[in-house]
Design a binder for this molecule. Structure first.
Ligand code: TTP
Ligand code: MG
Length: 400
């Protein structure tokens, strides 16, 4: 039996909207929608978030703003004030760090805290959570919801159950009673497509997953099946990952035939950089140490790494470093079997960057669409040639 842990998940209530209501007393108690300009129902763009009063009209995050306008035209529509929310976010992080250094910042308004080692300072784990809530309220005027549980997944689910201003505790003894009646959609990391298959197999609650035969799940879903089976049984060893931990994000690819074709290898490295950088942004990280892995024919494996001054998470910058490492590597005339790219020395991106991720992603998306169009017209090879030095112009931007 592993050590008893106390993990808290803190999530602010209607974060952007709550800040606006705090700062403008006349907005309090009213439906407030933060997001794109509704332009009397003709606006494009989406809702970032809305107050709980607005949620009663069926409005929610990521909904097109035109639909939100239709649902509640008299709501107070406000633009996103990123600078302000980011500042508040940092104030909240500072408050959390008063309780423990074991904090994993998940997003602009959300964090996991491992309070196993620190709750003695504040009384019981429950008291610690109540104190976190009241300190946030006193210092920022905002409410947070907190879930306390022995595993991360349960803490995350718990913080959401009694929003706003909620506190839900799940004890070690009560863990399965808590998890099993829940719909499988609450399962952390279970995608929509897998959910459909699970339901087809007769699993509608987390308890249904736990009661399945492990073999049946692994036969159908492989390692993932086992992962969800263990989670459903309350077994989740994942730690709260603090900034300094040696987490890395990486990917590798084995060539179908060993190769010494420089263009192919560089093309593969570029594709890996895209994947790794994409995952880093998705998970909210930047990193400073870049590692290139090369396996040659005969299975001898080498790694080469570099640590740079500024943390990065964009593929072009990542590829630049990887290419330098690759060009310095001497294959001694041998063919290459596998290449891998990983980034470590990670730190969470600041809440401000997190906030603007969407805008940046949109820009990237349009570039990628343009690349896909070119691939469709000229074939994959064209893009691969571009990665090995030539510059092609896409959508008015240089890409190479
Ligand atoms: P959430 O914690 O998902 O939402 P919330 O804090 O507004 O409401 P809840 O009480 O349900 O937790 O996200 C935090 C902030 O991130 C949110 O206030 C606005 C921003 N955000 C977006 O900009 N777009 C999105 O699609 C989501 C989900 C959030
Ligand atoms: Mg929130």
């Amino acid at each position: 039996m592993s050590k008893r842990r106390f993990i808290a998940h803190v999530d602010m209530d209607a974060f952007f909207a709550a800040i606006e209501q705090r700062d403008n007393p006349r907005f309090r108690g009213k439906p407030v929608v933060v997001g794109a300009n509704p332009k009397k129902g003709k606006g494009r763009g989406v809702v970032s978030t809305c107050s709980y009063e607005a949620r009663k009209f069926g409005i929610h995050s990521a909904m097109p703003i035109s639909i939100a306008y239709r649902k509640c035209p008299h709501a107070i529509f406000l633009p996103v004030n990123g600078k302000k929310y980011s500042k508040v976010s940092h104030q909240i992080y500072d408050i959390l760090y008063d309780f423990t250094p074991d904090i994993e910042l998940v997003s602009i308004d959300e964090a996991f805290m491992d309070i196993t080692g620190s709750y003695h300072l504040f009384g019981t784990p429950q008291k610690t959570c109540m104190l976190i809530k009241s300190r946030i309220k006193n210092k920022t005027g905002l409410t947070a919801s907190v879930g306390l549980a022995p595993i991360k997944m349960a803490a995350k689910i718990a913080s959401d159950l009694e929003k706003p201003d909620g506190f839900v505790e799940v004890t070690e003894e009560g863990l399965l009673d808590f998890l099993w009646p829940l719909e499988i959609s609450k399962m952390w990391g279970l995608g929509k497509k897998t959910e459909v298959v699970f339901r087809d197999m007769g699993m509608n609650t987390i308890g249904d997953i736990a009661k399945k035969n492990l073999k049946e799940l692994t036969d159908t879903f492989g390692k993932n099946g086992a992962h969800f089976w263990y989670l459903a049984r309350g077994i989740d060893e994942r730690e709260v990952e603090t900034e300094t931990e040696t987490k890395s994000i990486g990917n590798e690819v084995t060539f179908d035939r060993d190769t010494s074709d420089k263009e192919r290898i560089e093309g593969a490295l570029m594709a890996l950089c895209e994947k790794v950088a994409g995952r880093m942004r998705q998970e909210g990280f930047k990193g400073r140490t870049i590692t290139l892995k090369i396996r040659l024919e005969g299975f001898k494996t080498y790694t080469r790494c570099v640590t740079i001054g500024t943390a990065i998470n964009f593929e072009d910058m990542l590829y630049k470093e990887v290419k330098i490492l690759y060009n310095r590597f001497d294959t001694k005339g041998k063919k290459v079997r596998l290449v891998g790219v990983s980034v470590s020395n990670l730190s969470p991106i600041s809440s401000r960057e997190w906030l603007f991720r969407e805008t940046v992603d949109k820009k990237r998306e349009s570039i990628h669409k343009a690349v896909d169009k070119i691939k469709a017209r000229f074939g994959e090879g064209f893009i691969h040639r571009a990665t090995s030095g030539k510059i092609i112009k896409i959508g008015g931007r240089k890409h190479g």
